[in-house]
Design a protein around this ligand. Structure first.
Ligand code: ADP
Ligand code: MG
Length: 352
């Protein structure tokens, strides 16, 4: 088992004047060399949790250990600069009056000149910025500036890197490219990291483990595959997989909805209830045209490798379906849904 680099126990933080906790009883462990993607909607407490780990913010309860050393408990506060952490923010935060080299060398000040030069050139090679050493931040693109910020944070070889939405200010093309590169760079450096994002695809692509946050608490912690295929709550299902949800009533071994009955064989806490929400993933449905079907195709969008259909239920609800290109049906067609039994999920009513 890899050593534990970060151990959070029961971290809670309430800001003065707020009615609820910004971070609510969060426990998690991060192992050496792993990347944890912290995923959740705006305002769910991601930045606050990162600032608590970094030592910029004090929680009211809990303990924090970094590399098996206690850095926070209600009786102990280790200041940020002694926590051995590297941080990359959304807005780069480079020193405008320093060159690329000056920025990267900033955290290495107390070491001999030769050691600093050697380390700066190593990390600049790692983030592929050789040749730009003498430039100033204003002479760099957004993506290049973020690489400098990454190099600056990596240079002192911290135990843990914290990245708070580092790609949010970049164009989509740069974002897609840089997310793969950041993962490769962190892996090449062997650095453990927490990568905060509100983008579910980014979290799935970047992370070894994904932590989904909602209203201050950690809803689920698991591999990207676990989170996607076995969401632990309706919130995770909706936020991560962008699935459809339909109200359903139990009828024997079937769940009945306004668009038909579906068999669900799996385990669910909703199995004790007579009514629940059926989760139907966009990519799991097969559209079967039939004259007496309850659903009508309202729009069809060509997405290159697939079609996305918008379907209307009798009550006026919209469902989305994504199909292979061989399912080409005109707008106005009435369709039934067929779904493999093992693909369905049932959740109790309500978010949580
Ligand atoms: P996220 O990064 O996920 O968008 P934040 O951690 O920034 O979320 O915020 C979590 C909650 O805490 C929000 O409701 C936000 O308004 C509140 N909050 C964050 N910082 C402060 C602060 N300094 N004072 C008061 N409330 C704050
Ligand atoms: Mg934030």
């Amino acid at each position: 088992m890899k050593p534990v680099i970060l151990n959070l126990q029961n971290i809670a933080k309430k800001f003065v004047g707020n009615s609820s906790n910004a971070v609510d009883n969060v426990c998690l462990k991060l192992h050496k060399g792993d990347i944890l993607g912290l995923l959740g909607p705006s305002g769910c407490g991601k930045t606050t949790l990162l600032r608590i780990i970094a030592g910029f913010e004090q929680p009211q309860t809990g303990t924090i250990e970094i590399a098996e050393k206690l850095v926070y408990s209600p009786e102990l506060f280790t200041p940020a600069e002694q926590r051995d952490i590297g941080i990359v923010f959304q807005d780069y935060a480079l020193f405008p009056h320093l060159t690329v080299v000056g920025n990267v060398a900033f955290g290495l000040k107390k070491q001999p000149k030769q050691v600093v030069e050697q380390r700066v050139s190593e990390v600049l090679a790692l983030v592929q910025l050789q040749g730009l050493e003498k430039r100033y931040p204003y002479e760099l693109s957004g993506g290049q500036q973020q690489r400098v910020a990454l190099a600056r944070a990596l240079a002192p070889q911290p135990q843990l890197m914290l990245l708070d939405e580092p790609l949010s200010n970049l164009d989509i093309q740069v974002r897609l490219q840089l997310r793969e590169e950041i993962r490769d760079i962190l892996k090449a450096a062997g650095t453990s990291a927490i990568f905060v994002t509100h983008d579910q695809e980014e979290a799935l692509v970047m992370s070894d483990t994904v932590g989904v946050m909602y209203q201050g608490h950690l809803e689920q912690l698991g591999t990207p595959e676990e989170i996607y295929t076995h969401p632990a709550s309706r919130f995770v299902a909706e936020f991560v997989t962008q699935a459809n949800f339909l109200p359903a009533h139990r009828q024997g071994s079937m769940w009945s909805t306004e668009v038909g009955c579906f068999q669900f064989a799996g385990k669910s806490t909703a199995n004790n209830h007579d009514s629940a929400e059926l989760m139907i993933r966009q990519e799991d449905v097969i559209l079967q045209p039939a004259d007496d079907a309850a659903l009508v195709i309202r729009t069809r969008r060509f997405l290159g490798r697939e079609y996305q259909y918008c379907l209307q239920t009798p009550s006026g609800k919209e469902l989305h379906a994504r199909t292979m290109l061989d399912t080409l049906l005109p707008v106005g067609t009435k369709v039934n849904l067929a779904i493999a039994t093992d693909k369905l999920r049932v959740f109790p009513h309500g978010l949580g």
